[in-house]
Design a protein around this ligand. Structure first.
Ligand SMILES: *Cc1c(COP(=O)(O)O)cnc(C)c1O
Length: 379
C-alpha cells in the first residue's frame, strides 16, 4: 500500500517511518551519527545537509501531509521562513507581506531583508486587491498567513494563488495556525508552505522546529540555501517530532471540535463583547474559510469586559502562556505579548482591542473548558 494513497490519519502514523531491518522494531530508531561512510552509495550524509535518517523521516511525513513534492524540517519555524525568503529573493527584488503576520516574522523581515537589498511592502488589508495594488515589476514573492493572528481573519488562497500565477510571483504561506489537517494550501495553487512545528506539529509545548513543503524545483533552491544557513534539526528532536505527528490528525480533530463548542459558548455569553472564530457563521469570512479549510482550527480570540489580567488569573484549567497548538489549552494577551510593541493607535487600526484574549484550545474535554471559562466570567 502506498502511503501517499491512504487517508490522512494513516499517513500521520505511517508515512516516512523506518523499520529497523535487524530487529523488526516498529518504531524508527534514533540515528545519532554525525559521521557517515562516504563510500556508501548515494549523497554524502551529514546533519547539516538535512539528510540523516531521522531528518528524512519527518521531512517525508510533512511532505505527504501537505501533499507536496519536497519536504524539509528545520530547527525552528523562523529558520524555515527566513531560509525560504533568502533562498527565493535576491538584491533588487520586491516582496509583498500580509500586514498582520506573526510578530517574529515581521521583525525578521523589517530588520534583515534590507541588508540584502530586498525591498518589501506590507498590506493594509487581507483582500486579494490589497496584495495586487502593491505589485510592481520587481515583485517576486507574496507571503500570507491564514487564519491570521490574533483575529483569525481569512485570506482567499485560490485568489492569491491566481494573482501570483498571473504575475509570475511565488506564493508562500505560513500554515502554522491551520496545520495540514485543516488546510492544504498546495491544493489551492500556493507554491510554498511553511510551518512553525513548535505549535501543532509538535503539539506538546516541548520542542522547537519548523518545516517547508513545496515543489521539486523550488525545493532544490531552498535546500541549497538551507545547507548554507544551517538551520537543521537534530536527530532526537526529529524523533520527537515524528512521534508527535503520529497523533496530529487525532489531536487537531479534537481541537477543532472543542474550539467550535467553546466559540459557540462564548458567542452567546452576555459578558463577552466579541468572539473571533472562522467556524462561526457570524465570522465575516465564514464562506471562504468553509471553502478552503476542512476544519476551522483550535485557535480563537474573544474580548472580555473589565480587567483582562483579573480574568485570566481566575482560570483554573486553562493556562496563561504564550505559544499555541498544544494539547493543553492556553490563553494569551496580544496587548501584553505579540502586539505589545505596537502603539495604541496601531493596535486600534488593526482591530485589536485592549481587552482581547487569544485562546489556543487543547484536547481536554470541551465541557471542562467551558466550565472553566464560565466560572471565570462569573465573578
Ligand atoms: C511561532 C510561530 C512562528 C515562529 O516559529 P518558531 O518555531 O518560534 O521559530 C511563525 N509563524 C507562526 C504563525 C507562529 O505561530
Amino acid at each position: 500500500m502506498e502511503v501517499n494513497k491512504v487517508k490522512e490519519a494513516t499517513q500521520c502514523v505511517h508515512s516516512g517511518g523506518i523499520i529497523d531491518d535487524r530487529t523488526g522494531g516498529v518504531v524508527t530508531p534514533i540515528h545519532t551519527s554525525t559521521a557517515y561512510d562516504y563510500l556508501v552509495e548515494g549523497p554524502l550524509k551529514y546533519p547539516r545537509y538535512f539528510n540523516t535518517p531521522n531528518q528524512d523521516v519527518v521531512g517525508e511525513k510533512i511532505r505527504v501531509l501537505e501533499d507536496g513534492e519536497f519536504g524539509l524540517v528545520f530547527s525552528s519555524g523562523l529558520s524555515a521562513i527566513t531560509t525560504v525568503l533568502l533562498a527565493l529573493l535576491k538584491s533588487g527584488d520586491h516582496a509583498i507581506f500580509q500586514g498582520d503576520i506573526y510578530g517574529g516574522t515581521h521583525h525578521a523581515i523589517t530588520s534583515e531583508l534590507s541588508k540584502f537589498g530586498i525591498e518589501f511592502s506590507f498590506t493594509s488589508g487581507l483582500e486579494v486587491d490589497d496584495f495586487a495594488k502593491h505589485i510592481k515589476k520587481e515583485t517576486k514573492l507574496i507571503y500570507i498567513e491564514t487564519p491570521s493572528n490574533p483575529l483569525l481573519k481569512i485570506v482567499d488562497l485560490k485568489g492569491i494563488a491566481e494573482l501570483c500565477k498571473a504575475n509570475s510571483i511565488i506564493s508562500v504561506i505560513d500554515n502554522t495556525f491551520a496545520s495540514p489537517i485543516n488546510q492544504k494550501p498546495i491544493h489551492f495553487g500556493i507554491d510554498v508552505v511553511t510551518h512553525s512545528g513548535t505549535k501543532y506539529l509538535g503539539g506538546h509545548s516541548d520542542i522547537t522546529c519548523g518545516a517547508v513543503v513545496t515543489s521539486k524545483p523550488l525545493g532544490d533552491k531552498i535546500y541549497k540555501a538551507a545547507v548554507n544557513y544551517g538551520g537543521s534539526l537534530d536527530p532526537q528532536t526529529s524523533y520527537l517530532l515524528e512521534r508527535s505527528m503520529k497523533t496530529l490528525a487525532l489531536r487537531v480533530k479534537q481541537q477543532n471540535e472543542n474550539a467550535q463548542k467553546v466559540a459557540e459558548f462564548l458567542e452567546q455569553h452576555t459578558d463577552v463583547p466579541a468572539v473571533y472564530y472562522p467556524g462561526l457563521p457570524s465570522h465575516p469570512s465564514y464562506a471562504i474559510a468553509k471553502a478552503q479549510m476542512t476544519g476551522f482550527g483550535g485557535m480563537l480570540s474573544f474580548e472580555v469586559k473589565g480587567d483582562q489580567d483579573a480574568f485570566v488569573k481566575k482560570l483554573e484549567l486553562i493556562k496563561v502562556a504564550i505559544s499555541l497548538g498544544s494539547v493543553e489549552s492556553t490563553v494569551s494577551s496580544p496587548l501584553k505579548t505579540s502586539h505589545s510593541k505596537l502603539s495604541a493607535a496601531q493596535r486600534a487600526e488593526a482591530g485589536i482591542k485592549d481587552n482581547l484574549l487569544r485562546l489556543s484550545v487543547g484536547i481536554e474535554d470541551a465541557e471542562d473548558l467551558i466550565a472553566d471559562l464560565d466560572q471565570a466570567l462569573k465573578n
